[in-house]
Design a binder for this molecule. Structure first.
Ligand code: ADP
Ligand code: MG
Length: 259
C-alpha cells in the first residue's frame, strides 16, 4: 500500500465526441475515491483511459508514491499488474467457455507469476467462494458469484489500485450489499486504493472517503463523504443527484437504494 494515482486534465475524444472534457483528481495510497454522475457523464471512460482501454487525447495519468517504489508508466505490463479493473457487467466480463480455474490462471500466465494452484485457491477463498467453484463455468454461477470471480481475477495479480466500474449495479439489492461489504473488507485487509464509479450516490458515499461529481464530461464538484452526509454541497447538479437518491434520505445510506 504505497502507490496512488494522479490524473491531470484528462481529455478523451472519440472521433468528434468529447466524452471527457477535463478531469483531474488524485487518489492517495490506500484511499477510496468515488466518481459519481449520471449515465453518459464520462465515468467509465475515465477508468478505461487509466487502464489503456480508451485513448487519452490529452492530459496525464501517473502513479504517485515514494521515490523508492516502482511506479511503472501507464500502458506497460507492470502498470497493468498494479492497476486492475473490475467491470460493471459480470455476465459479459467472464469468458463463457472458460472454467473459473482458467479465468484465474490467465492473468498469472500473462504476467509469468508462478504458483498458480495456490494463488487460485487463495483468491477464491478471499472472495468467499472456496475451491468448490474452481472448475465451474460462468453459466453455473449467479450474478453475485460471477462478480466475485471478476474480483478474484483482479486481486490475483496483487494490485495496489482497483478500478471498480459500477461493480454491483447489475446485481439484486441484497447481493449488491454483500459484494460491497466484500469489497470493503478486501480494501481494509489489503490496504488497496479504490477508484469506484457509480451512478448511485448512496453506494459511493458508503464506500468512499472522497468523491468527484461528473456532469457532461467535467468534474463539477469534489466532496468528502462527510460533506455529503452533512449536505454541504455547492453545485446544483450534486443537489439534484442527492435528491434523486432515495437511499440518501435515510439515516444509514446503505446501497439498497439502487432499485
Ligand atoms: N468507444 C466509444 N466510442 C464513441 N463514444 C463513446 C465510446 N465510449 C463511450 N462513448 C461515449 O462517451 C460518453 C461517456 O460514456 P461513459 O464514459 O461510458 O459514461 P458513463 O460511464 O458515465 O455512463 C457517452 O456519450 C458514450 O456514448
Ligand atoms: Mg459507465
Amino acid at each position: 500500500m504505497t502507490v496512488g494515482l494522479e490524473v491531470e486534465h484528462l481529455r478523451v475524444v472519440f472521433d468528434d465526441y468529447v466524452a471527457v472534457a477535463d478531469a483531474s483528481f488524485r487518489v492517495g495510497p490506500g484511499e477510496s475515491f468515488g466518481i459519481v454522475g449520471e449515465s453518459g457523464s464520462g465515468k467509465s471512460t475515465i477508468l478505461r483511459a487509466i487502464c489503456g482501454l480508451a485513448p487519452a487525447t490529452s492530459g496525464s495519468i501517473r502513479l504517485i508514491g515514494p521515490q523508492d517504489r516502482p511506479r511503472p508508466a501507464p500502458g506497460t505490463r507492470p502498470f497493468r499488474r498494479m492497476v486492475q479493473m473490475v467491470f460493471q457487467d459480470p455476465y459479459g466480463s467472464l469468458h463463457p467457455r472458460q472454467t473459473v480455474d482458467r479465468i484465474l490462471a490467465e492473468p498469472l500466465a500473462i504476467h509469468r507469476i508462478p504458483d498458480a494452484e495456490r494463488r487460485i485457491e487463495q483468491a477464491l477463498d478471499e472472495v468467499g467462494l472456496g475451491s468448490g467453484f474452481r472448475f465451474r463455468y460462468p453459466h453455473q454461477l449467479s450474478g453475485g458469484q460471477r462478480q466475485r470471480i471478476a474480483i478474484a481475477r483482479a486481486l490475483i495479480l496483487e494490485p495496489e489500485i482497483l478500478l471498480l466500474d459500477e461493480p454491483t449495479s447489475a446485481l439484486d439489492a441484497s447481493v449488491q450489499a454483500e459484494v460491497l461489504n466484500l469489497l470493503e473488507e478486501i480494501r481494509r485487509h489489503r490496504s488497496l486504493a479504490y477508484v469506484m464509479v457509480s451512478h448511485d450516490l448512496a453506494v459511493v458515499t458508503h464506500m468512499c472517503e472522497r468523491l468527484m461529481v461528473m456532469y457532461q464530461g467535467r468534474a463539477v464538484e469534489f466532496l468528502t463523504a462527510a460533506d455529503l452526509a452533512a449536505r454541504q454541497v455547492t453545485s446544483d447538479y450534486t443537489r439534484t443527484l442527492m435528491e434523486a437518491a432515495v437511499g440518501f434520505r435515510r439515516k444509514d445510506p446503505m446501497p439498497d437504494s439502487a432499485a
